[in-house]
Design a protein around this ligand. Structure first.
Ligand code: HEC
Length: 467
């Protein structure tokens, strides 16, 4: 692959990052010469499968990306020419999907659910990915640009913008490398039970956390995390947070939560990060912390390369450059996708995976149940008993919605209001987040009915205790 081709790939990016051009792509594109087949065979897991990978082309061979994916086999490469491709897609296990580059090749979601549904051992690179649905809250049911449920994979060299969450990883330890993630309505990267490698990403201007970790031990190296609600949240998580630049995040730099009995004491190893102008930070005193302005080339244009006098240039461990333009993956091969089955055993270990989202505009009990599973069960538990996956990690215990005595003291309007406006609106904690933006009023009314018919099996009997 010629250097010209490598540089060309990045020309369309919204901010200049010439040194990123040194990062090889995951897979050589088609037409790279007869050597390329051997190259693909040697470099990818296809070799182990004993067959040389085929390349399927869109739109010349197949009209849509999904059509090509549906025809691809394990180890194949689906190559997508520059252009705009509308509609959500589902990746296929062990298949690599490659666009011409994030500046020229767009996957535009249809505004419902996630734009790209991941698959085990798959890879995606070289796209702009935008336009997910807005189904929110925490858990595997969250709509995202790329959503992986029990599907560890590689996500590299993409621009992920204007989605609900950017990337959502649930039981999916993945490689997330050299992406630009911006303009998410919630988290840029959400991961639970996923020990991912998150490296060399530029994460800015997202409405919630840059990287949200729950019950995970990720390696978070050399990212630039600027101007999000908060930088990194670590809930009952370990892992390593190193050589990152974390600045101007109003809600905190790296925030740790380990409350609750079960996974208490979990703490990431934090070292050699630059922290600047974050409002609060649990790791300001960590080894090698640099507490000075990062001196980016041009904040206003989101050009987060470093100026010659930046304290981050040599602030990383061993004197290497901090942030998304330094460190090993700034110049080296992106690792091959993780093996697709490596986390399937989590199911066997008794973790219940959350179902996908329902059509929230459709009335009825079934969709309310699905909405509840996707949005509420992570805290309240699938039966509403206050024992969801995250229950032990929160400051405040989620309410036992199956408690008939308590729930019969609440009117339907009380419940509607708490769900729509959040806990604070009723004098409760705002750990109970508001769902007004994620769920329609009709959907919330259905959920209230569902709580009555299926969870507390109760109705309003007159005002009772406050809690
Ligand atoms: C991030 C965790 C979390 C999620 C997600 C969550 N809740 Fe809650 N919820 C809580 C907590 C914590 C409380 C208790 C707040 C307090 O005690 O101050 C609560 C309280 C409530 C209450 C108030 C009960 C009362 O006493 O009146 C209702 C109703 C409720 N949640 C319903 C829901 C529904 C429906 C969803 C999904 C659409 C949901 N919650 C999602 C954490 C959560």
């Amino acid at each position: 692959m010629s250097l010209r081709r490598l540089i060309g790939i990045y020309r369309g990016r919204s901010y200049a990052r010439p040194r990123a051009a040194l990062i090889p792509r995951l897979f050589p594109g088609p037409g790279a010469g007869p050597a390329s087949c051997l190259f693909v065979c040697l470099l990818t897991w296809a070799f182990a499968a004993g067959a040389c990978a085929a390349t399927l082309s869109v739109p010349s061979g197949f009209k849509t990306i999904q059509e090509a994916l549906d025809h691809a086999s394990h180890g194949d490469l689906v190559h997508v020419a520059a252009g705009r491709y509308k509609g959500n897609i589902r990746l296929k296990a062990g298949v690599a999907l490659q666009g011409e580059g994030s500046g020229s090749t767009f996957i535009e979601g249809d505004g419902t659910s996630s734009v790209v549904e991941g698959a085990g051992g798959a890879a995606i690179e070289g796209f702009t990915i935008t336009g997910s649905g807005r189904k929110s809250a925490v858990g595997a049911g969250i709509d995202a640009g790329i959503s992986c449920n029990s599907a560890p994979m590689t996500i590299a060299n993409n621009r992920i913008t204007g989605n609900n969450a950017g990337i959502s990883l649930s039981y999916s330890p993945s490689n997330v490398i050299n992406n630009e993630i911006t303009g998410s309505h919630t988290f840029a990267i959400y991961q639970s039970y996923s020990d991912s490698l998150v490296s060399n990403n530029v994460i800015y201007g997202n409405t919630s956390y840059g990287v949200f970790n729950s019950h995970s031990s990720p390696e978070i190296f050399n990212n630039t995390i600027v101007g999000n609600l908060a930088g990194i949240l670590s809930i009952a998580s370990r892992g390593v947070i190193k050589n990152n630049i974390i600045s101007d995040n109003a809600g905190g730099g790296v925030v740790k939560r380990t409350e609750g009995p079960a996974p208490d004491g979990a703490e990431p190893l934090v070292s050699n990060n630059l922290f600047w102008n974050n409002n609060g930070n649990d790791f300001k005193q960590s080894p090698g912390a640099v507490l000075r302005a990062p001196l980016f080339v041009d904040d206003a244009r989101h050009d987060y390369r470093l100026r010659g006098n930046s304290p981050a240039l040599a602030g990383g461990e061993g004197g290497v450059e901090m942030g998304a333009f330094g460190g090993i993956y700034a110049q080296k091969q992106v690792p091959a996708p993780p093996k697709e089955k490596s986390y399937a055993s989590m199911r066997d270990m008794g973790y219940k995976l959350q179902g996908g989202g329902a059509d929230i505009t459709k009335a009825g009990r079934a969709s309310a149940r699905a909405d509840f599973e996707a949005n509420c069960a992570v805290c309240h538990g699938t039966r509403g008993r206050g024992d969801g996956q995250m229950a032990n990690t929160l400051d405040v215990r989620p309410r036992d919605l199956a408690d008939g005595r308590l729930m019969s003291s609440r009117t339907d309007d009380d419940l509607f209001k708490v769900i729509r406006e959040g806990g604070r609106s009723a004098g409760f904690s705002d750990v109970m987040v508001s769902f007004g933006a994620a769920l329609s009023d009709d959907a919330i009314r259905d959920i209230v009915r569902f709580i009555r018919t299926d969870i507390c099996k109760c109705r309003y009997e007159g005002k009772g205790p406050e809690k």
